[in-house]
Ligand binder design. Structure first.
Ligand SMILES: NC(=O)c1ccc[n+]([C@@H]2O[C@H](COP(=O)([O-])OP(=O)(O)OC[C@H]3O[C@@H](n4cnc5c(N)ncnc54)[C@H](OP(=O)(O)O)[C@@H]3O)[C@@H](O)[C@H]2O)c1
Length: 328
């Protein structure tokens, strides 16, 4: 099969299409003929040589895929050859075939294309976990979502609007990105390149007003985030795009009884990911069928254009997901 190989991981890495053996499904796995996959920041880190793949995982990048079941393992139940499915993966999505555990599989709603389905697993499962398994977002709470137009951000906006009727505040780096966020449910958008987000929020809503923060930026936003959080506020840190170190003031964690959590989905146990997938598939996946939730796709590329997609993400230009078409 054809798949992407990261040549020379590091500063000068290149992405080449090469031949690999088709993986064989174990008893509890299915073999998927991949029609589409999607790019994630973790892939960029892997390309840059800064994210070694977990032990036992293929070097082929790709944390999600959508396609058609080609073969089922001997112990698989409830899934058949020909089913349209999508799944979160530990790796291997940038390929014509990939194997996945049967309990990680989600059946694609009929109205969604493979490209749309490929844009769901990583960002929606991450957002679902952050909002409801970690932060415990409650009805009508106020949530601040940084990098609102990111893949995870656009998923978090839609989920918190739909499931909690939350008051959603976002930050993003362009006015176009903020317009997208408002279109899918944000009520206040702040261009952090033009305005101080802490000042805008405290001027319009009041200090100590935000119940939950989903943060991807880290140290540069730490003090402002803590300032904005309400008593008993919760913050989930999913990335540190702005860096991990700064002069950090900790006092507010104590005084406001804050909960600060960090999480990485990829290194969770298979059992955890199976349970998360099941929870999401029961509660949220059906809402894609009636259009209440939408995969937000920035652009779709063919697999041989993967370097173009990579540069678009590296330059922070995408609003929503970058999808790679694998099938013809
Ligand atoms: N922990 C987990 O389990 C988990 C799971 C999935 C993803 N992630 C992480 O979550 C982050 C978002 O993922 P994604 O796939 O949704 O990303 P994405 O679609 O590529 O969007 C990331 C956006 O973050 C903003 N950004 C980048 N650097 C920034 C900085 N220094 N300060 C402020 N904003 C910055 C940019 O938008 P602007 O134009 O608005 O600046 C950029 O487009 C990534 O870092 C990813 O690795 C974590």
């Amino acid at each position: 099969m054809k798949a992407i190989k990261i040549e020379n991981p590091g500063q000068d890495s290149r992405l080449n299409i090469e031949n690999f053996p088709v993986p064989e499904p174990a008893g509890n796995e299915v073999l998927i003929r991949v029609e589409a996959t999607a790019m994630n920041r973790a892939d960029l880190m892997q390309m840059a040589g800064r994210y070694p793949v977990p032990k036992g995982v293929t070097e082929i990048p790709g944390l999600e895929a959508a396609g058609i079941i080609e073969e089922v393992g001997s112990e698989v139940t409830g899934l058949s050859k020909g089913d349209r499915v999508c799944t979160l993966l530990d790796g291997g999505g940038y390929a014509e075939f990939v194997v996945a555990d049967q309990n990680m599989i989600m059946k694609i709603p009929d109205n969604l294309s493979f490209e749309q389905a490929a844009a769901i697993p990583e960002v929606f499962l991450t957002a679902w976990q952050a909002l409801y398994w970690l932060a415990g977002l409650k009805n009508k709470e106020t949530i601040l979502i940084h990098a609102g137009a990111s893949g995870v951000g656009t998923a978090a906006i839609q989920l918190s609007k739909h499931f909690s009727n939350a008051n959603i505040v976002v930050t993003a780096g362009t006015d176009e990105k903020l317009a997208l966020c408002k279109n899918i449910g944000a009520s206040l958008g702040i261009n952090y390149k033009k305005q101080d987000f802490e000042k805008v929020i405290s001027d319009s809503l009041g200090r100590s007003y935000v119940d939950v923060i989903i943060d991807f930026i880290g140290a540069p936003y730490w003090n402002q985030n803590l300032e904005l959080l309400n008593l008993d506020g919760r913050m989930v840190m999913l990335a540190m795009l702005g860096g991990p170190r700064d002069e950090l003031s900790l006092g507010k964690i104590l005084r406001k009884r804050l909960t600060v959590m960090g999480s990485t989905l990829r290194n969770r146990t298979l059992t955890y990911k199976q349970e998360l997938t099941k929870d999401f598939a029961v509660h949220a996946l059906p809402l894609f069928a009636n259009g209440k939730l939408k995969p937000i796709i920035d652009r779709t590329y063919n697999l041989d254009e993967v370097e173009v997609a990579r540069h678009r993400m590296e330059e922070n230009k995408n609003a929503g997901k970058l999808v790679l078409k694998v099938g013809q």
